[in-house]
Ligand binder design. Structure first.
Ligand code: EPU
Length: 345
């Protein structure tokens, strides 16, 4: 365990916002975390507690007046069972290091989730997803520690109540558990998921025959698609998709189609359609536009960026203006995927 006071969070949020935590504590094992919880309880700390991962889905609106926890549990165990391979992975491992490790070792299933920023623990909280695959498709169970009692608890995938970018850890049990290990069920047989539009176009462009594609080629293709659209936080602070794609009733979409016959959409079920928020924002004229030091990314309007020196409140202001414009033009509420810390959305 390591503890820091009045600690800069600049390297712990991909938005590159300068904010400080009153106390910042890292731990290296489950035992260590349990000791941290006892230590906090003994100190009768009534300060707010926040557990963070890679900080790729956070927007600090002010300094954090409380305790921030960060996992340094990074080990991997593997268990074979025929063509299945089960991995128990420490929550503090960088997500893309896990994807790389799996592709290198011939453990398949994570390729489409290449280059998603963040850490393994957050993948199970956020149900990260990209290019037709979601974390819930490969998660088998999630080991947690109760942040009040320090007891261990294992959640099955069903108990995690996964939905689009959502889980029980973001809803009913928000802030109550720290994820310590995530179990993944992968396969030794490579079955590529190529159905997401951008993938086949990219394979065509690079002359890869989809019948002969390897996992490494698929990972590389996904990396190239992401790099072309999503800004590198080293260049411009950002948190990936800022908004979730809204799911609306079919009638709402039918109305939009009258004016925009080619509007992109995904059918969810008989009554619901998901519309890319990036498209809605682009139609409102925001793609590439700035408001002070905050801007809408010029290659993917779902992403808000810090042009340099933006404060959390500057990004929030842009978020609110964009949301209002989408609401006024289309009558649709779009909701941030990013978690606001220290203020109201
Ligand atoms: N589009 C536009 N203008 C834009 C952006 C998108 O018209 O500025 C339209 C295009 O028609 C495009 C469609 O929206 O075909 C979908 O765009 P894209 O494939 O980039 O995906 P998305 O729906 O905008 C979601 C995820 C991304 C994930 C991609 C690929 C959410 C909130 N975002 O974005 O996840 O990488 O699909 O699967 O669901 C993230 O969560 O941080 C993230 C990057």
């Amino acid at each position: 365990m390591k503890e820091f006071h009045d600690y800069s969070l600049l390297n712990h949020n991909t938005f590159g916002i300068e904010a400080k935590a009153e106390r910042f504590i890292t731990y290296d094992s489950v035992d260590d975390l349990q000791q941290v919880i006892t230590h906090l309880n003994n100190g009768l700390s009534d300060r707010p507690l926040l557990h963070i991962g890679g900080g790729s889905n956070l927007l600090f609106l002010s300094d954090y007046k409380g305790v921030i926890l960060h996992s340094h549990i990074k080990d991997i165990e593997t268990h074979n069972d025929g063509n299945d391979i089960f991995l128990r992975v420490g929550a503090g491992m960088v997500w893309d290091d896990l994807v790389d490790y799996c592709v290198e070792n011939g453990y398949y299933g994570l390729e489409n989730l290449s280059l998603i920023p963040g850490e393994v623990g957050a993948s199970a909280v956020q149900n990260i997803g990209a290019y037709g695959v979601e974390a819930k498709d490969v998660i088998q169970k999630v080991e947690c520690v109760d942040l009040k009692t320090s007891e261990n608890r294992i959640f099955t995938t069903e108990e995690c109540k996964y939905g689009y970018r959502s889980s029980i850890f973001k809803k009913e049990l928000q802030g109550q558990y720290a994820v310590t290990y995530v179990w993944f069920k992968l396969s030794r047989i490579f079955e590529p998921h190529l159905d997401y539009g951008d993938i086949r176009n990219a394979l065509l462009a690079s002359g890869i025959n989809e019948k002969e594609i390897t996992a490494k080629q698929l990972r590389q293709t996904i990396i190239e698609i992401r790099q072309a659209k999503l800004p590198d936080p080293k260049d411009f602070g950002n948190a990936g998709s800022f908004f979730m794609n809204p799911i609306v009733e079919c009638e709402v979409f039918e109305h939009i189609k009258q004016d925009y016959p080619n509007a992109p959409h995904y059918v969810i079920d008989e009554a619901h359609i998901k519309i890319p928020a990036g498209w809605l924002i682009e139609q409102c004229g925001w793609k590439g536009r700035s408001l002070g030091n905050a801007a809408v990314h010029d290659k993917q309007a779902l992403v808000l960026i810090n042009k340099g020196g933006a404060l959390g409140k500057d990004i929030l202001e842009l978020c609110n203006v964009v949301r209002n414009d989408v609401k006024n033009k289309f009558g649709i509420n779009i909701h941030p995927e990013v978690n606001f810390i220290g203020g109201e959305a």
